[in-house]
Design a protein around this ligand. Structure first.
Ligand SMILES: Cc1cc2nc3c(=O)[nH]c(=O)nc-3n(C[C@H](O)[C@H](O)[C@H](O)COP(=O)(O)OP(=O)(O)OC[C@H]3O[C@@H](n4cnc5c(N)ncnc54)[C@H](O)[C@@H]3O)c2cc1C
Length: 270
């Protein structure tokens, strides 16, 4: 069964959208890596959100996720690796699983600063964001895993279980570049190149335009109208991913607006 909406990202914008949709009796799933993957969890004190004085980021995010789950939103743990436009609905891939949504709301936070040289060109030709989907293709071969997420060690273990020879990199500012013409031949880290057949990259935030074909960007932000509809009908976006100011209050407001727009879209498509 398709959810009325699959929401990607578990931050304030996502939770706000989910609560508003649940109030309107819509079925909702939130795809999220969990609180540890949300940058706000590192804040010791938030002082400018009404009704929650001096709360830590972690406490706020845990309370939000609990509230969404109690309101009936299904929490899907993991990272969405692609969104497939199937016409009347969308397929959202999370690891080996696939969730269907009649609408999608992107609440993916600020886009990663920039992709590694060679990453976009070699995506699908040895560059992958999904160990579960692509790891088996490299059984018995050398692979590099560059990971900045809370499940990086676990994913490296999974690749080893699959029979890959894994070299793991977790340092953020190391200067990575992916080498190869038709397919990946190596990972350059600083001045040294490590020959390999695949590079798996795990970031808590993926660039939204690598998730969904045809999604128009405005620089680093997803291009939206005032109703927070994107260039792809049925797909909406909210929070930091559509632009500054980067604030919880603004993200929550956006989530609410996107949910109203998604709801209207669902009613009009009946
Ligand atoms: C340390 C720190 C302190 C801050 N302090 C304050 C403050 O005091 N007051 C204030 O108003 N704001 C503060 N902010 C800003 C605030 O955190 C953001 O503006 C707000 O969290 C944005 O909400 P969001 O839902 O748009 O995005 P986020 O909270 O960034 O959530 C986006 C989530 O989507 C996830 N995601 C991305 N891609 C995928 C994918 N493909 N699959 C699954 N999940 C995905 C990301 O991992 C992330 O968890 C602070 C930020 C930081 C980092």
């Amino acid at each position: 069964m398709a959810f009325d909406s699959v929401i990607i990202g578990g931050g304030p914008a996502a939770v706000s959208a989910a609560l508003t949709l649940r109030n309107r009796n819509k079925t909702v799933a939130i795809v999220t890596g969990g609180v540890d993957d949300i940058p706000l969890s590192r804040s010791h004190k938030i002082t400018n959100y009404p009704g929650m004085p001096d709360i830590s980021g972690r406490d706020m995010l845990e309370a939000m996720e609990r509230q969404a789950a109690e309101a009936g939103a299904e929490i899907i743990r993991g990272r969405a690796t692609s969104v497939l436009n199937m016409g009347a609905s969308f397929g959202v891939a999370v690891g080996n699983d696939f969730s269907e949504g009649k609408t999608v709301i992107l609440c993916t936070g600020v886009r990663p600063a920039k992709l590694f040289p060679g990453e976009k060109e070699l995506l699908g030709k040895g560059v992958s964001y999904c160990v579960t989907c692509d790891g088996m293709l490299y059984r018995g071969r050398d692979v590099c895993l560059v990971g900045f997420t809370s499940d990086t060690e676990e994913e490296a273990g999974l690749l080893r279980e699959m029979g890959c020879n894994v070299r793991l990199f977790t340092e953020k500012g190391a200067g990575y570049a992916i080498e190869g013409e038709k397919s990946v031949t190596g990972l350059k880290v600083g001045e040294e190149t490590f020959p390999c057949d695949a590079v798996f990259i795990l970031r808590s935030s993926a660039a939204p335009d690598t998730l969904l074909e045809g999604l128009e960007m405005d620089g680093a932000y997803i291009k939206v109208g005032t109703d927070l509809a994107t260039s792809v009908p049925g797909v909406f976006a909210a929070g930091d991913c559509v632009g500054a100011p980067y604030q919880v209050a603004k993200a929550v407001g956006d989530g609410c607006v996107a949910a109203f727009s998604a709801s209207k879209y669902l009613e009009n498509s009946k």
